[in-house]
Design a protein. Sequence first.
Length: 538
Amino acid sequence: MKNLGAICLAAVFLFSSPVGAEPVRPSPDLVQSIARKTVPEFVELLSLPNDSTRAADIAANAKWLEAAFQRRGFTTRQLPNKDKPLVYAEFGKKIAGAPTVLFYMHYDGMPVIPEQWAQKGPHQPVLRQRSKPATSSGPASFLPSTANAKGAWQDIDLASGLSGPIDPEWRLFARSASDDKGPIMMLLAAFDLMAEMKLSPAVNVKVVLDPEEEKGSPQIAAPVTANRDLLKSDALIINDGPMHPSNQPTIIFGNRGNAVVELTVFGPRSPLHSGHYGNYAPNPAQRLATLLSSMKDEDGRVTVPHYYDGVKLTERERSMLRDVPDDEDAILKRLGIAKSEKVGANLQEAVQYPSLNIRGMQSAAIGEKAANIIPATATAELDLRTTPGANAAYLVDAIEKHIRAQGYHLVKGEPTDEERASYPKIASLALRRGSNAAFSEMEAPAGAWVQAALADTFGSNGQPAKTVRIRLMGGSVPTDKLVEALDMPFVIMPLVNSDNNQHSYDENLRLGHYLDGIRAFTGLLQRPYPSAGPNPSR
């Protein structure tokens, strides 16, 4: 990368702007220039496979990331986490007496099925534009990505595309483009931008990068606890998840957790001929379907007793939920459904409640591998999104009591012959992994700091930009484990387009969001962190 050398030399800098000075806004041309210089580096990072089940791939990513941060004046180390290390980086120029902010992102990605992707491979990034360009009368920043809702995607040669201005509506397609390597590159590019402008962060900066977020970060508590003094900071900023679909600057004060539960219903000791034993031996697949059906009503509400009891929304919180500028009709159209479930009055209210989702079912086989049998077992995997007041243990206990109330005897592992002879309905329920929700007080300095920075950075004509404040996002990050181990306030600052196809094929990042993400980090890092007042999380 020809231009990278100059950036790297500039990055080992002695910034000159005084701490607490009025934030300096970079010109659009300068942001464009930095983006053009760093997108090739972004492509290099996206080219590294990052499924966390493959230790060698994770190691290659960790090595690359350490080098990228070091080029920008950071000291780095790998925090042992069995064979998948966390990457820690700390900006080398410290400010005596200034607060310290820890940024959390993850560098692993969801598994891929290569043949589903409309490109050579999920880790071979492709730059694309719509055949019909967007038209919009909106502001140049945070244009709704749905403006290009029509038209086929067309590939753009990366070299020629980066020889001139970047069209904000271009998109980079690759696994982890948005979730979550995009924000990592936005932060790195922001330090390049500040180096170019000879600006200094107003806070001390630490970064921790998770290698197993997409697997629920099952081991993160141990290395974080072991390195508590190293990671100690005044605030935790989580850069993960999508922005609000309006693409207005977004601040999120908490997230649901996620518990994965395996439910198995047992039938005959081994599969039986459906002709010989149909109408005689109970079918576990049918029983599983009936059992699952008993857990939710036609409107999608969980009917397990006391499942929602822990949710206590105040009128102020309900008012905040109503203030989020969701277009319910547009959401239904985008999702391709006629109407929503009725857990909440709208999408924002719905995600404040714990969910019970069937994420997969298995019993015998279908298609060419099907046989005329009564299967021996039927299994469903459930993911339960936890919320404040409804943790994983509480939800699993409620489900267990409900299953017993349906006449089932619960076992661990395979039922014994004695159990088979004694109980007509047998099942097992096992919590495979679980994380709990985390929630930060909306009045805390962490949220005020981020909101003020975003409002100022993206404001115009002397007026601050409107920001979308979301109480709780539906997705899960390991916030509970980080907050419990580090005992620090947090806020979530998402930076990527909401229609990025994360966790699916054709994941992408809109380059307008890349440009604005660079601006967001630059504006945030120039703003002094509030030092007064309590900063609680719960």
